[in-house]
Design a protein around this ligand. Sequence first.
Ligand SMILES: Cc1cc2nc3c(=O)[nH]c(=O)nc-3n(C[C@H](O)[C@H](O)[C@H](O)COP(=O)(O)O)c2cc1C
Length: 395
Amino acid sequence: MKGKIKLPCGVILKNAIGKSPMSDSLGDGKGNPTKEQIRLYERWAEGGTSLSIIGEVQLDYSYPERPGNLVLNDASDIKLFKELTSKALINGSHLWAQIGHAGALSHLPISKPKGPSLLDIEGLKCEGMSLNEVKNLPSRYAKAASKAKELGFSGVQIHAGHGFLLSQFLSPLFNKRDDEYGGNIKSRCKIILQIINSVRIEVGDTFPISIRINSSDNIEGGLTQKDSLKAIGFLDKTSLDLIDISGGTYFPGAKASSDSLINGPYFLEFAKKARKITSIPLMISGGFKKKDEVQSAISSGVVDMVSIGRGMIIDTNLANTWINNSGSDPIFPKFEVVVPGGITAWYTMRLTAIANDDEDNFNLDLINALESYEKRDNEKCFIWKKCTDGTSSLG
Ligand SMILES: Cc1cc2nc3c(=O)[nH]c(=O)nc-3n(C[C@H](O)[C@H](O)[C@H](O)COP(=O)(O)O)c2cc1C
C-alpha cells in the first residue's frame, strides 16, 4: 500500500490508496466550488490519500447528474477552482476531475436528457444524439480536460461507468445506433477511444488520464463482463494512465455500488481477468472495508491501486491509518430502514458534515438524509436554471 505507483505519463502517485469519485452536491449551483467543498478535499489530502477524484465534473451545463456538480467551461471561477486545487494538492496528494455527461440520466429538473439513442421506457425517457453531436464529443471532452488542467487539477478521469453517457454508449440496452457508433462492442467503444485520443492531444504527454469503466452493468441486457473485457483490450492500446474498474448503474431499479450493503470487494474476480489483458495500471473500487482486503488485492498483483468510497467518508484519514498502522478499520453504520437511494444520500449528507468539520455531530437517519439531500438539490436547481438560461442545448 505504501509503494509508489509510476503512471505511463511519468507521474508518480505516492501510495496505492485512492479516494473514489463521489458527487458531493457541494458545488454552488453555478458549477463552481464552495468553501465547504474546498475544505472537504483538503481533508482527504491531509488524510494521506495519493489520489482524490472529484466525481461528476461536467463538460458544460447541459447534462448534469445533479445541480451541485462542478462545471468546466468559460464561466468557471478561476479563483475558486485554484483555491480548491491548491488545497487538495497539499501533502503530495493528487486531485483529478472526473469529467462527466449524464446522458439519459441527466437530472430532469435542469436538463432534457439525451443519450446515444432515443429511449422511452418506464422511468426513463431521452432523446437520441445526432451523428454530428456524437462526433463533437471528443472535442468537448478535450476542451473540458484542458480547462481542468488550466484550473490546477493534476489529472482527469473520463467517466464511462455507472450508466452515464459513455457507459450508455457501451451498453446494448441504451445504444441502439445503427451507425459506426453502435452494434458490436468495438463500435460501441469507438467514441470512448476517440475521446481519449482527443484529450491526450489537448493535455499533452505528461498529464494523467484515467477512465472509469464498468466490469458489467449488472442489469439484464446491459454491458456484460465479456464485452467489458473486450473494451479493456481496446483501451490497452491507448495512452491511458489508469483504468478504474467499477460496476453497476443508476438506471432506475438497477444496482449501484454506492447503495449496496453487500460485503465486498465487488469486482476483484473481474480485475484478475482484466490484468491479463492490459498492462495499463489498474485501480479497483467497490466494497473494500478492511485493510487486509486492500493489502491482499495489491500484494497479489491483481491491481496497482484500490480506491475507497464510503470508507473515506467514515474516516477521511483512512489512508494514513492503514499505511501507518495507526488505527482500526472503519466501522460502517447499520441501517434499520433502507429506502432506494437512501444510502447514497446518507453518505452525501455526511460529506457535508465533514466539509464543515462537524461530522461528530452528524446524526441523520436514512430517511431524513434523503429528504435533506433532495431539498438542497431542489433549491440548487433554481440557481442552475438561472445561470444556464439559453445555454442548455449544446448537444
Ligand atoms: C455519495 C456518493 C457519491 C458517489 N458519486 C460518484 C460519482 O460522482 N462518480 C462515480 O464514478 N462514482 C460515484 N460513487 C460511487 C463510488 O465512487 C464507489 O464506486 C462506490 O461507492 C463503491 O465503493 P465503496 O464500496 O468503497 O463505497 C458515489 C458514491 C457515493 C457513496
